[in-house]
Design a protein around this ligand. Structure first.
Ligand SMILES: Cc1cc2nc3c(=O)[nH]c(=O)nc-3n(C[C@H](O)[C@H](O)[C@H](O)COP(=O)(O)OP(=O)(O)OC[C@H]3O[C@@H](n4cnc5c(N)ncnc54)[C@H](O)[C@@H]3O)c2cc1C
Length: 291
């Protein structure tokens, strides 16, 4: 399997040591082995927010998408839904909408897994996933699992305190949803889905490349800086939304990284704003601030 197979951008070389645990026990054993060998590793969920190196990768890559357990406990009007990190956010959201449970109405159109969403506090202007997290089970380097309460995790714009836990993996998340009126939940989800019309849905992208700077929009600055349509190799800045880079024609990871740098320089030169990467990377680094 390659980065191209396992990411929404469709870019990246071979994973020579791809590990695919199906549950916490398997993950623990794998992490114990890696730790005892003194090696590092990378984590991949749905691959919808990452740029993977063009080079073949010898470093182990742990793919979470087979950890798909779901357990439901009802406590009065509160639903506690415990999911494996590899459950697709789309599937979890569909279940909540079907049942009339409130909490994920902001999520239509956000691809990827529950684990990736929680680590990066995925969201939209209508809400974020951290608001519904009851607790997280984290596998630490060496393979020991710990549980952290949602209130003990720092949640910010496209960030969580979990990102500081180096070489740890979110392997299970318990969500707390509220039983609500099904029509109201559906109407709210429909309102959130409407913003997708302004994004290049159906094209090969990895979502927004840059985070919004305080009180502004990265897409607006990139658009005003004339970035729409700029290209490097097969990578092109979307003509629909300037904060998306599309793999239009056999782009390499190097093309995408270079194009992102060109855009960031333009915004910096014109507006004096240094955009920070929302896009993450595996096997390579992106610019000098994040990724
Ligand atoms: C068309 C499109 C629209 C999008 N719209 C939005 C949006 O509206 N809002 C939004 O927030 N995002 C959006 N995104 C970005 C992306 O979908 C989210 O960031 C998503 O939550 C990433 O989840 P993933 O499983 O794909 O993570 P990946 O892309 O696989 O990984 C992202 C990062 O999280 C780490 N990671 C993944 N899983 C785990 C885990 N279990 N434990 C520890 N670390 C982990 C990876 O190492 C990597 O650093 C969009 C993307 C696309 C392609």
């Amino acid at each position: 399997m390659t980065g191209a197979d396992l990411t929404t951008l469709g870019i990246g070389g071979k994973f020579l040591d791809l590990l695919v645990p199906e549950d916490g026990n398997e993950l623990s054993l794998m992490m114990r082995r890696i730790h005892s060998e003194g090696r590092s590793f990378s984590v991949l969920g749905g691959g919808s927010n990452v740029l993977v190196t063009d080079e073949d990768m010898e470093t182990p890559v742990i793919l979470t998408t087979s950890m798909k357990s779901v357990r439901i406990n009802r406590e009065g009007e509160r639903l506690l839904v415990t999911c494996g990190a590899g459950v697709a956010l789309r599937d979890l959201m569909a279940m909540t909408l079907r049942e009339g449970w409130s909490g994920l109405e902001f999520a239509p159109g956000i691809p990827g897994t529950v684990g990736g969403a929680v680590v990066g506090n995925a969201g939209s202007r209508y809400g974020t996933i951290g608001q519904s997290v009851h607790s997280v089970r984290l596998m630490r380097p060496g393979g020991a699992s710990t549980e952290i309460g949602g209130e003990d995790i720092e949640w910010g714009y496209r960030m969580s305190g979990l990102q500081r836990e180096e070489l740890s993996i979110v392997w299970e998340v318990a969500f707390s949803f509220r039983e609500s009126d099904r029509n109201a939940v559906l109407a709210e989800a429909k309102r959130s889905a409407a913003i997708r019309g302004m994004q290049p849905v159906g094209r090969r992208t990895a979502g927004c490349v840059f985070m919004n700077p305080p009180e502004d929009s990265a897409g607006r600055l990139l658009d005003l800086a004339g970035c729409k349509g700029l290209s490097v190799g097969g990578a092109v800045v979307s003509d629909i939304h300037a904060n998306f880079i599309e793999n239009a024609e056999g782009a390499s990871a190097a093309d995408v990284a270079k194009l992102a740098d060109v855009c960031r320089e333009r915004v910096s030169d014109i507006f004096g704003v240094r955009l920070r990467f929302e896009l993450k990377s595996i096997g390579m680094s992106l610019g000098d601030c994040g990724g």
